[in-house]
Ligand binder design. Sequence first.
Ligand SMILES: Cc1cc2nc3c(=O)[nH]c(=O)nc-3n(C[C@H](O)[C@H](O)[C@H](O)COP(=O)(O)OP(=O)(O)OC[C@H]3O[C@@H](n4cnc5c(N)ncnc54)[C@H](O)[C@@H]3O)c2cc1C
Length: 558
Amino acid sequence: MAGGTPIPDAGTYDFVVVGGGSAGCVLANRLTEGGASVLLLEAGQWDRDPLIHIPVGIGKIFPQRLHDWGYFMEPDPGIDGRGIECARGRVIGGSSSINVMAYVRGHHSDYDRWARSGLDGWSYADVLPYFRRSENWEGGGNAYRGGEGPLRVQRTRYRDGILADFIEAGRQAGYSVTTDYNGAQQEGFDYIQETIHAGRRNSAATAYLRPALRRKKLRVIVGARADRIEITDGRATGIRFTQGGRVQLAQARREVVLAAGVINSPKLLMLSGIGDPAHLAGHGIGVTIANPGVGANLRDHLSVMASYRRKSPSWFQQEMRYDRLAMAMLKSLLRKDGFASDVPIGVTAFLKTQPDLAAPDVQFLFLAAPFPARPYLPPFTSPVPDGFGCRVALLRPESAGSISLSSADPDAKPRITPNFLTSERDRDTLREGLRILRRTMGQPVMAPHIIEENAPGAAAQDDEALDAFIRATSVTVHHPAGTCRMGGAQDSRRVVDGHLRVAGVDGLRIVDASVMPDLVGGNINAVVMMIAEKAADLMLGRPALARADDMHRGTLAA
Ligand SMILES: Cc1cc2nc3c(=O)[nH]c(=O)nc-3n(C[C@H](O)[C@H](O)[C@H](O)COP(=O)(O)OP(=O)(O)OC[C@H]3O[C@@H](n4cnc5c(N)ncnc54)[C@H](O)[C@@H]3O)c2cc1C
């Protein structure tokens, strides 16, 4: 009842899933495929904007914060008091509709670490079959790659000679080159793999949700913001949501599933009385389940960019002239290829800042374009000076932040407190990563491309200068995770168990980036989708896919 009047009933379903993002789309598909009825509630709208689907559209979506919750982090002392943006997709497909499309699974030791912490069923041998089930790799299936799943993955098609030279520079600097960083060996330089197919973004919505829409068991409501989980006698029974100013109630026969993402899933728990009692009391929210772990353990991949003035002309600069860009977008729409059908990243690398490490601890993300860049049209506007750059991302941060409420009003944005670089090891790693990048850029093969280093700039050499540069310029590469962390039975701060069930309440699971116990060594969209693939089996009571250990024993290199 709301104010004495009954709340309009949005129906009863086996599963009510909150959030039509990377995880939510996978669940909508796999659960209905398994015969269950599903209501998918998404706060954003359908993904009709062509900018979502033409890969180069990210150049407009991101700076203009289109289809985005518009979050910013709190001013953070670790990065000179800056409150940096925290983009999150608010649209069908969620963040997979606005992300940069890099397809990366992390390092095999990440999952073995999860399993060692008490999470049975989450070792690399356990999760590899789920990565394979989700994937449709252009090279076809093999021991590591999936060839028949819904998610299309291809190597970059971006055409710029600097990419091959950057890989060669890595070799000249003494680092490995790998032929598939998602295969037997992650470590080294490689062309980037992307969730792009036939010139279009292959978001979770395209790959998983669209093919499921014809099933009668699936209902999707867009523009529907979940405000509270209904909990009766220790069981989650439904979701109260607002659509067009109207409050409605959807009931779950089997389970309520939060797939609202790393920021909004803990927010929704807190609004429903699940969280740190003192924090909830501070906002006048009654405690249903006391759990100080909710919203804690926020991890994110912080990165720093070195940028260069470019000598050799870039493909990017040529194609950004307005008339050419318009043609490229048309070509991408009609012929599904060309400049607009890819992103100017091209190369990534996973490297160890210390040779004795078990796994790479930094990632390079190349950028074959000046930053910031914009279209131009002579004589009215001129291009920005040509350039390129590379981000160095810190892969396994020790520094941890939190999500908390700013108000009990579901409309209010939560507080995102990142606590970046509070760990000395994190500062050392990022600084050393920057030095490795400079060493790579200093190799003979890069000389024909470089006029000079713009930033950090020649004057920044000692630790102090590099640390100051990192504090002043570092930004997220948008992989926040861990705020409803999964943990084994001994983990007193866990929010969900190894089956993704919320501790202390029946019929409630969380399936999204928030359940990751910590960050893996790479971009996380593929990881979230793997988690959702595995969750679907858990929810349907199906046996887990056969472990991959026999197939892989002894074959894994760093
Ligand atoms: C700009 C950007 C670039 C990125 N680049 C990459 C990349 O190149 N490669 C990579 O692997 N990863 C990348 N990522 C990260 C990756 O896309 C995300 O980690 C992943 O999509 C998260 O999936 P999720 O299911 O946890 O959440 P999301 O995909 O964010 O889905 C959450 C969904 O829930 C909805 N929602 C939230 N609250 C409510 C509510 N109260 N009621 C109803 N609906 C709600 C949201 O609108 C959203 O649709 C990037 C992310 C961003 C933002």
